[in-house]
Design a protein around this ligand. Sequence first.
Ligand code: GAL
Ligand code: CA
Length: 384
Amino acid sequence: MKKKLVSLLTVSAMTMSMLAGCGASGSQPAAPSSEPAAEASKEEAKADTATDAATDAATAAESVAETATAEAGNADLADKKVGVCIYQFADNFMTLFRTELENYLIAQGFTKENITIVDGANDQATQTNQIQNFITQGVDVLIINPVNSSSAATITDQVVGANIPLVYINREPDADEEARWDSNGWDVTYVGCDARQSGTMQGEILVDMGQEKIDLNKDGKIQYIMIEGDPENVDAQYRTEFSVKALEDAGWTVDELDDQVGMWDQATAQQLVANSLSAHPETEVVFCNNDAMALGALQSIEAAGRKVNEDIYLVGVDALTEALEDVIAGKMTGTVFNDHIAQSHGAADAAINYLTGAGNDHYIGCDYVKVTTDNAQSVLDSLK
Ligand code: GAL
Ligand code: CA
């Protein structure tokens, strides 16, 4: 099944054309060569989606725009109740996501009073209770960013059992779980990006700069430290794996000096990177699974008297405003735009499609965009 690609009319179309304008070829994720057979057709479909991204973008954006026009001001939506579960409010990226989600739901015709967004406080038991409460209250649709992706099967059973359509966001349930929605014909979908692509792009940012530059001590290896998000989360697993894989795929030899878990959090990462840098002053690259942690890393890099892009390289993911400003100022080597606008709009549109009976595919993808000094300003402008 060909998977649907959500793409925001303005941002994604712009960033796509920016990519084309910068001539940044090779920015698509390399098809993983060592995937289990069961994953193969899904991977093919995802690779297809990625490869066709540029050409599909305009069409997808058009159809998103049409859907939006058709639904805008839809009186029926004004009395529909939406429950939204966020894994943790104290997460920079998910804050951007939920703010945009709420605004867009209102723009589509839902009323503010009928949209309830709750904080799972990074605790699955808390979130499970919140889901139960939404079911008891009789919400019409649920949008869930699970605390633990591994709890998805339990969550799905609970929600489907109550006959409520369900849109998962940001933390992708595993392939077996997604297959269950399809084989049972349930109104359940996932809207998000393929984290492998973001990891690959992080590595490619360095590869594009050339080994000569990155191998500061000229020993033929890249000495790096890795700061991971929550290891239960597939985004952390894939970004950790595919960022390094992109260097290896380019024929580079890597030397991992440290691998620490920063739980997506700036202050945690700051402490970890301070320790790593003093234990391993030969560090040439700091990979962070997200920008919040990269911002923490930057504080420690500066405190250690080091200079990004001169005696150390630093990459993140998300394209938070502050990170984009750092890329522009040369204080971060690069980041990867995690399109919270396309994803939140895609999730809201999917919820609407369930409410109107139009239905959805069981996977709705979105592309990441590589961000370097070349395009950081345009990405920042597109987000204003
Ligand atoms: C990632 C994002 C992180 C964090 C995480 C939460 O996609 O890059 O910053 O928000 O989701 O699951
Ligand atoms: Ca080296």
